[in-house]
Design a protein around this ligand. Structure first.
Ligand SMILES: Nc1nc2c(ncn2[C@@H]2O[C@H](COP(=O)(O)OP(=O)(O)O)[C@@H](O)[C@H]2O)c(=O)[nH]1
Ligand SMILES: [Mg+2]
Length: 340
């Protein structure tokens, strides 16, 4: 059992049906239950990226129809890409790449498939799936601004890891708000995993306890939640470094992953977050959430061009299964309007 001051874990107490049915505690479970006739991940990805596709679509579709890549078409394309939050750098890169592909392919080439190929090449380096190494516990720390989706992603990741036969423990490192602890505890209950939390104490000591509890219980993976913070809040960014150091003291080499959670809706600001959190905490990966309901899916291309960090997972909804590994080809297919 964890050291004193740590509230009881819930490893042996899976969520009751009542918890699952309570929308206040378990909104995502309710949402996924409502979507019951399970759609394939590709369908949900496509539905999730619908707004981004529509935004990119108008100009692209007219270019795709013309099947002719003249200067006007290229300028339209570049505008559409920038409007789709691909960013200026990545848009220029894509247009140049498209032009050379077009020359190679000859006049009867298909602009959609050439653009898709250019986009896949650009974002493919981000396709680096999360691999749980041999270290035990394997510690994954999630960081990001408030509301990005850290806690929700931890809930979804806990399920994903359990599906691979791994045992999971959650560390309630967002110690600033009681509600944050409760939210994580609810996810713990729903997934039937222990949550290490403290009613007082700082994030670093929660993490220290959590890693030791995981060792004592032979848990495979620790998912460490942290409080949201803005890159401009220097003292909070410093606290993140401290939390990371303390995890390393509890277990050499930990945390093994530091994942930044970014809300796709923040568009180009997501890029600023990637740069700042990488500088402060040394990111090993990203989770881009809320691609559903956002027209800014193109930001993935901006990240790939300007500050590439492996994109481990993307979120396209609030359901438990709406977080999936990033697959470049599937993503591009869902992002680009159909060629017709
Ligand atoms: N639509 C949608 N909502 C999401 C997604 N991920 C998280 N959310 C919602 O975003 C809100 C903030 O999430 P939360 O995990 O509390 O953010 P945190 O402050 O970073 O821990 C919650 O209402 C989540 O349900 C997603 O991929 N799609
Ligand atoms: Mg949170």
């Amino acid at each position: 059992m964890p050291t004193s001051g740590v509230l009881a874990g819930t490893a042996d107490a899976p969520a009751t049906a009542g918890d699952r049915d309570d929308p206040a505690r378990a909104p995502a479970a309710t949402a996924s239950a409502a979507a019951a006739p399970a759609r394939s991940w590709k369908d949900r990805l496509k539905a999730g990226l619908g707004l981004s596709r529509v935004k990119l679509g108008t100009a692209l579709t007219s270019v795709f129809r013309r099947r002719k890549l003249d200067d006007e078409a290229l300028a339209d394309l570049e505008d559409a890409l920038i409007a789709g939050d691909v960013g200026v750098d990545a848009a220029q890169h894509l247009i140049a790449d498209l032009e050379s592909r077009w020359k190679r392919a000859g006049d009867d080439a298909n602009p959609r498939s050439e653009l898709a190929a250019a986009l896949v090449d650009l974002v493919a380096p981000l396709e680096r799936p999360l691999v749980i190494g041999a270290e035990r516990p394997f510690v994954i720390m999630l960081v990001g601004v408030n509301g990005a989706g850290k806690t929700t992603s931890i809930g979804k990741l806990a399920k994903w890891l359990q599906q691979q036969g791994l045992t999971v423990l959650l560390a309630a490192g967002d110690t600033f708000r009681a509600a944050a602890r409760e939210q994580l505890a609810a996810w713990g209950e729903r997934n039937g995993v222990a949550v290490i939390q403290q009613t007082s104490g700082d994030a670093a000591s929660v993490m220290f306890d959590a890693v030791n509890a995981a060792k004592a219980r032979s848990i495979d993976v620790v998912l460490a939640d942290t409080a949201g913070r803005l890159p401009t809040q220097g003292h909070l960014m410093e606290e993140l470094r401290k939390v990371k150091r303390v995890i390393g003291r509890a277990q050499e080499g930990a945390p093994h992953e530091v994942l930044l959670v970014v809300d796709a809706n923040t568009g180009q600001n997501a890029l600023a977050q990637v740069k700042a959190f990488d500088a402060a905490a040394g990111l090993t990966g990203l989770i881009v959430t809320k691609l559903d309901g956002s027209a800014k899916g193109g930001v993935v291309a901006a990240i790939a061009k300007q500050h590439p960090v492996p994109l481990k997972f993307i979120g396209v909804g609030e359901g438990l299964d709406d977080l999936q590994p990033f697959v470049a080809r599937d993503f591009v297919d869902a992002l680009l309007p159909a060629d017709n």
